[in-house]
Structures are given as structure tokens and as C-alpha cells.
Design a protein around this ligand. Structure first.
Ligand SMILES: Nc1nc2c(ncn2[C@@H]2O[C@H](COP(=O)(O)OP(=O)(O)OP(=O)(O)O)[C@@H](O)[C@H]2O)c(=O)[nH]1
Ligand SMILES: [Mg+2]
Length: 443
């Protein structure tokens, strides 16, 4: 049986009839170090393993800019070809994004499939999507990726697969490539339309949930940080947990009772990764809305990962891209059982954060108490007057709390914001009114 994603990705998909052998290619561009490139390739290697293939070797090059034709230099392409022959590799994968033309030129010269990081991530998503909405979102992302890559004589030409379409157009002067483009474009608008309808249904559901008065709390974080494990520990949700990247694609929501507080709706969702393809973010809008429309984010970080701070930055970049960077967040350093010292250091470096182990349960009670406290504070905005030159304070308020309104005055920016007690305490010199004793604006 043909996999629909195989059709969608055509010749660019990783074979799954056997484990492919893949050579990785990394390029160090100005502003980056060779260590950055190696770390990127280590992660790409994990992504490839998750997609069902094996790393057979790697090649790196330092460049001032990508080569227009092959991304790497012509000599390096020859070196790459030799390596592929030596290690018997079927495919090469670049950690950097290849243009459709570069991909084509590389394939011609190497005589092998050339992919980039985006294609690998799309491939994993395609394997892990289970719900109607998840599948539609993945297919849309795949088609958008494939459209500019369609070319004459493609291995998987749509007009051949859909039987007869090519024949019908014979004589109308329309080339097969044009027919393929038309089929893809039509399917893309159909999916966009379906997804729009699904989003609208979801909005209605959210509205009725809003009436129930429960706060919406969403667990976000780098892929494999332990988000699903945490949801399971807190709510016995029974969500699939795996030591794989992007095990979760479709959101799961459960009710959680907090100590001495109102119950909240807790949602586990898709994880993020460095340089998450923009097209994928675009296509996953409806899934990602569980983060941008949440009242509060639990940002789970794997304290045992090679570069937790880099993962935090990567997650915040995606959050900014989906307009979720102003939702208040609580940083939770997970896997404290495997990296207790690092977890302690990270907590010390990030005010208001906590360390837990979702597996052993260590730190979970303190985490729940902090969460309850932060959520109570959400209902109590304070007013701050921040001098214009204190951009750092304004940034901290945005990061640690939720800004309700802001206006410009002679002395600075007047901001009404919901802040946790700890943050409000630390910023006390800028507080001019409001506070926990005042009724909330939503009351
Ligand atoms: N030692 C240890 N392992 C953990 C902890 N939490 C999660 N893990 C492991 O980390 C791996 C990933 O856990 P998940 O809960 O699937 O992570 P996730 O963030 O939901 O990952 P994706 O859905 O793939 O983005 C699994 O092998 C878990 O058993 C923890 O506190 N300690
Ligand atoms: Mg998960």
C-alpha cells in the first residue's frame, strides 16, 4: 500500500522498507563555531534515527556563505560523493535548509537523494500524526514543501499516480509538470479550508470551556523534555511516552486539581526543536494555538540535555513566532534524577523556576504549590511605572508575567500586569498600585 505521505513528499522521502544509510552534512557559517555545527549534527543524527535511518558518516565545511549552486563548494561535493561510495550511503542530509535548486543540483551530481533537516522533521511528523487534524496539518506542510520542488521527470509524478489525468490534458497544451502543480495547489487549498473549519470548531469549544471558568495551562518545551511524562504523573492521562523525538503531535487535555486552588485544564502538546521549519509552524497553527491561547505555560526543560539554555532559547523563539511569548510561564527543570547538580544550577540561574523529576516524583509537590501560587497571581494585576531606560525591567515583566495593558507617560511606561508574588516582590520599586488585595479586572 502506498503511504499518502510518500506520495506527497515524492522522491524526497526517506525510504522505510529498510533502514537507509545517511551521510550528514554540516556547514559552519560566520557567527557560529565548529562546536555549534557538531551539536547540530548530533541532533540531526537523533532526528534521522527517529525517522528510521542510520548515520553512516558526516562531513563539515566552514564557509563565508552558502554556495549558490550546491550549498557547499564543488570540491566538497566531490568529497561527499566519495564518502557516500565508501560508506555505501543512499542519501545525504544537510543540517541547513537547501533551496529546491540546490537540492536538485546535488542529487544530479551525487546520484543520490539529497534532503535537508526540514524534510527529516516533516518525515517524523508524518509518521507520528494520528488525529484527523494532525494528519491534515502534516500533509499541508509536506505539500507546501514539495510544491516548489516539483520538476519534470520526477520519480513520483502525481499525474501518473492519479491515473488518466495526464491523458485527459493531452492536446490542451498543458505539460505534466503544470498538471502536477495544479493538483498540488488544489489539494493545498482544500486542506487549508478543512483546517480552517477545524480551527473554528476548536474556537467554539474553547469558548464554552472559557465559560466553565477553568484556567487553561499548556505544557510546552523542547522535544523529549518529558512533557507527556509530567502530564501522566499529574493526571494519569496515559499519554504515550517514548525516548524519541516528537512522540507527541496531537494535544491531550486533562483536568488537574491544584493544592488549595481551582482545578485547571492541563494540555500536553507537540514539542519544539531548534530551527523548527517555518512551514511546519504555519501548518500546525491550530495545534499550536493551545500554547498561544493558554492562560499559563509550563515550560519543561530537560536538565540532562547537552545544552538546556540553548533549548530554552529555541523554545522561546518558537513561542514568539506563534505569539505565545507573552503568556506567563513557569520554567520546570525536569529529569533532576539524572542531572541533580545541573538542575540546581539552572534553578539558581532562573528566578522562580523549579526542579522536578517526572519519573521519580521528586519536587512535584513544590512544583504544584508554585504553580498554584502563580495561577492565583494571574488574577491579581499590579500596576508598575517603568522608566523608559529600564527596557530590561519591561522585558522581565513580559517574560515573567502577563501584561494586561500599557500606556506611555512622561516618566515611562505604565503597565498593568499579572505577576507572581516573587516577581512582583523583586520589581517592588516600580510598583505603583494594584496588588493581591485588589479585585481582579476579570471579577
Ligand atoms: N530519568 C528521567 N527520564 C525522564 C523524565 N521525564 C521523562 N523522561 C524520559 O524522557 C523521554 C521522553 O519523555 P516524554 O514524556 O515522551 O517527553 P516529551 O517532552 O513528551 O517528548 P515529545 O512528545 O517527543 O516531544 C522518555 O524516555 C521518558 O521516560 C525524568 O524525570 N527522569
Ligand atoms: Mg510527548
Amino acid at each position: 500500500m502506498t503511504n499518502p505521505y510518500q506520495e506527497a513528499l515524492g522522491a524526497t522521502l526517506i525510504e522505510r522498507t529498510k533502514r537507509e544509510r545517511i551521510v550528514l552534512v554540516g556547514v559552519t557559517l560566520p557567527g557560529h563555531t565548529d562546536d555549534d555545527t557538531e551539536a547540530g549534527l548530533d541532533e540531526l543524527s537523533l532526528l534521522i534515527d527517529t525517522a528510521g535511518a542510520d548515520e553512516a558518516g558526516r562531513i563539515v565545511q566552514r564557509r563565508d556563505a552558502p554556495d549558490h549552486t550546491w550549498y557547499i563548494g564543488k570540491g566538497k561535493v566531490e568529497e561527499l560523493r566519495q564518502l557516500c561510495l565508501a560508506v555505501d550511503a543512499d542519501t545525504v542530509v544537510f543540517d541547513n535548509e537547501l533551496s529546491p535548486a540546490q537540492q536538485y543540483n546535488l542529487e544530479k551530481l551525487l546520484g543520490r537523494t539529497a534532503l535537508d533537516r526540514t524534510a527529516v522533521i516533516l518525515d517524523i511528523f508524518a509518521q507520528n500524526a494520528h488525529t484527523l487534524e494532525g494528519k491534515a496539518q502534516v500533509e499541508l506542510a509536506l505539500l507546501r514543501y514539495r510544491l516548489p520542488r516539483l520538476r519534470r521527470g520526477n520519480k513520483a509524478n502525481l499525474s501518473q499516480q492519479s491515473g488518466g489525468v495526464g491523458t485527459r490534458t493531452r492536446g490542451t497544451g498543458e505539460t505534466k509538470l503544470e498538471v502536477d502543480r495544479r493538483i498540488l495547489t488544489k489539494r493545498i487549498s482544500r486542506l487549508e479550508h478543512e483546517l480552517k473549519e477545524l480551527r473554528e470548531t476548536r474556537h467554539l469549544q474553547r469558548k464554552s470551556r472559557g465559560r466553565s471558568g477553568l484556567a487553561a495551562v499548556t505544557i510546552v518545551g523542547y522535544t523529549n523534555a518529558g512533557k507527556s511524562t509530567l502530564l501522566n504523573r499529574l493526571t494519569q492521562a496515559g499519554v504515550l511516552v517514548e525516548d524519541r523525538l516528537f512522540a507527541t503531535l496531537d494535544p491531550t487535555t486533562r483536568r488537574l486539581s491544584l493544592p488549595g486552588g481551582e482545578p485547571v485544564l492541563l494540555t500536553d502538546t507537540v514539542g519544539f526543536v531548534r530551527r523548527l521549519p517555518h512551514g511546519l509552524i504555519e501548518s500546525f497553527k491550530s495545534t499550536l494555538e493551545v500554547a498561544s491561547e493558554a492562560d499559563f505555560l509550563i515550560h519543561v526543560v530537560d536538565a540532562g540535555a547537552p545544552d538546556p539554555e540553548g533549548q530554552i532559547r529555541a523554545v522561546r523563539e518558537v513561542l514568539a513566532e506563534i505569539d505565545a511569548d507573552e503568556v506567563p510561564e513557569l520554567l520546570v527543570f525536569n529529569k533532576a534524577d539524572v542531572a541533580p547538580d545541573v538542575a540546581k544550577e539552572l534553578v539558581a540561574d532562573h528566578e522562580g523556576s523549579v526542579a522536578v523529576s517526572a519519573v521519580t516524583g521528586e519536587g512535584i509537590d513544590a512544583f504544584l504549590a508554585t504553580l498554584a501560587d502563580r495561577l492565583r497571581a494571574i488574577a491579581a494585576p499590579v500596576e508598575l511605572l517603568i522608566p523608559y531606560e529600564r527596557g530590561d525591567v519591561l522585558a522581565a515583566v513580559h517574560r515573567e508575567g502577563e501584561v494586561v495593558s500599557s500606556s506611555h507617560e512622561d516618566g515611562g511606561v505604565r503597565v498593568r500586569a499579572r505577576l507572581a508574588e516573587a516577581s512582583a516582590g523583586r520589581l517592588a520599586e516600580f510598583v505603583v498600585g494594584g496588588g493581591r488585595s485588589q479585585p481582579s479586572v476579570d471579577d
